[in-house]
Design a protein around this ligand. Structure first.
Ligand SMILES: Nc1ncnc2c1ncn2[C@@H]1O[C@H](COP(=O)(O)OP(=O)(O)O)[C@@H](O)[C@H]1O
Ligand SMILES: [Mg+2]
Length: 318
């Protein structure tokens, strides 16, 4: 196990009597990705602000790259990058000028900065637009520039607050690719998201928060398993085989649901072992199948089972 690159230790934040973050603790091993998942108002931004020295915890603390946010805020800032929910690029400056300006603030020399700037602009696919003012950029390009800017000082730890909110699906998957590249290079990532799919795609571990509290932790797979069993779904090629196939599936001991129109049978399954067993039985009985597979609950199902409401519900019952 790698040493933790990020730790939240019983973080609490109150705003005039309202508790936005209510005792949040987790740790992120170096070189991994943590997805902080929760609906609007869950406390994600407030947590990130405390962990990046932008806001002082009411109680508790956090460590980034081994430095305490309360005791060593300068060292924390030197070891991290942050991309906020709203892009922070200067709209009037070009992409290249944005990078130059922030690089200058970090005290990076002109020559190094020029080389680094070219490299980042290329890496984030904004090279062609690098000499246009950022206000002419699309939403996806702005996010990428924002990310490029936050990487100028090559921080080992990167915080991304809803990096893909508002992006179209194409820009979103482009950005995921960029983030995977960073992680492959050793960066530790904490990203907040409202998108269950995003956490599923990128995160090694997920912390689910709702109303300031952690309601679940685990790998994407563990969380999905928590939401219930996987199901085994078999589509037979010929409807006449449905009764025989049903009897076979029933031998696993689970109840079988038959959808005649779709020639499909569904039974709950423990995992791959059940899948293999049933596939063998079907073959031995010479029952032709169009498809056989394991279907796991989505993270949406997980959220529903944990909180009793969907992640995108407007009205959150008290
Ligand atoms: N500066 C602030 N003053 C008062 N309340 C705040 C402030 N910032 C956030 N909150 C409240 O704290 C809660 C969590 O907000 P936030 O951390 O922004 O959630 P998220 O990022 O998950 O959407 C919300 O109820 C929000 O209204
Ligand atoms: Mg937020």
């Amino acid at each position: 196990m790698n040493a933790p690159a990020i730790e939240a230790i019983d973080l609490v934040k109150q705003f005039d009597g309202v508790t936005a973050v209510d005792g949040v603790s987790f740790s992120v091993p170096a070189g991994t990705v943590l997805g902080l998942l929760g609906p609007n108002g869950a406390g994600k931004t407030t947590t990130v602000r405390m962990m990046t020295t932008l806001s002082t915890p009411t109680s508790g603390t956090a460590r980034v790259a081994g430095y305490d946010v309360l005791e060593d805020p300068d060292m924390v800032r030197r070891n991290m990058g942050l991309t906020g929910q709203a892009a922070t690029v200067d709209e009037l400056l070009t992409g290249r000028e944005n990078i130059r300006m922030i690089g200058g603030l970090y005290g990076i020399g002109k020559k190094d900065l020029a080389r680094l700037g070219d490299q980042l602009l290329e890496q984030f696919s904004i090279a062609e637009a690098s000499d246009r003012p950022a206000k002419t950029y699309s939403g996806g390009m702005r996010r990428r520039l924002d990310l490029a800017v936050s990487l100028i000082a090559s921080p080992p730890v990167l915080f991304l607050d809803e990096p893909t909110t508002g992006l179209d699906p194409r820009s979103r998957s482009d950005l995921w690719e960029v983030l995977r590249g960073l992680v492959a290079g050793g960066t530790t990532l904490l990203l907040t998201t409202q998108y269950l799919e995003e956490a599923d795609q990128l995160a090694d571990d997920i912390v689910v928060i709702d109303r300031g509290r952690i309601i679940a932790k685990g790998t994407p797979l563990q969380l999905k398993q928590q939401a219930g069993n996987a199901s085994l779904v078999v589509t037979v090629s010929h409807a006449v085989d449905l009764p025989a196939a049903r009897d076979l599936l029933a031998r696993t001991g689970s109840e079988v649901h038959v959808d005649v129109g779709a020639r499909q049978l569904t039974a709950s399954a423990d995992g791959i072992a059940d899948l293999t067993t049933v596939a063998n039985w079907l073959q031995e009985s010479r029952i032709e199948v169009d498809d056989i597979g394991l279907s796991r609950p989505s993270l949406d199902d997980v959220f529903l089972s944990l909180t009793g409401h969907r992640a995108d519900d407007e009205e959150v019952p008290a």
